[in-house]
Design a protein around this ligand. Sequence first.
Ligand code: HEM
Length: 179
Amino acid sequence: MKGIVFTEFLELVEDKFGLEMVDRIISSSELASDGVYTAVGTYSFSEMLQLLQHLSENTGISIDNLLLVYAEHFFSVIEKSYPGLLATYKDPIEMISSIENHIHVEVRKIYPDAELPTFEVIEKTDDHLVMDYTSSRAMHHFGLGLMNKTFEHFNSTATIELEKIKEDGTKVRFVINKN
Ligand code: HEM
């Protein structure tokens, strides 16, 4: 997992819960990195999982809800860092259905070692999209947060439902209806 995902995460934790919480979740995790991340480095996903687990235990907020809020923050990082990529799109359904064939393809050119999910488009119309998410990381709520913000970015809203295809969340169907 890319360092930028860690550095932005810890900044958000500091913002919302304070530096003490950052120290607490780092010191209660077993981290090969010792909790020192650079934006361009690459670190084990198990480090992110431990940080999320300890934050969840300390705040009583579920990992899914933490990932949702974190993704909503991460979207603003994307808006700042990759404005050109977003400017390619005029419509949220077009953008979300292009993650697999365009957006994450570009991301992989920038970060060849990025760990990205797979999105398969099942149904698509102008205002409706069904897409299956597959990833060993089960970060579907990170995807949900990015999708919410994608609609907001285009001054639009949608109802997005998740159906777990695999109980452990490694395969999830997103049913998206533009309002
Ligand atoms: C992961 C970039 C749009 C879904 C990532 C990562 C980056 C990235 C850098 C981390 C990879 C790693 O740490 O190894 C971008 C950029 C986007 C974009 C630049 C737009 C211009 C989206 C959108 C979605 C999405 C709209 C919504 C569905 C995900 C998910 C992950 C991810 C779910 C977590 C990894 C996983 O589940 O396996 N993306 N992304 N991305 N992205 Fe995107």
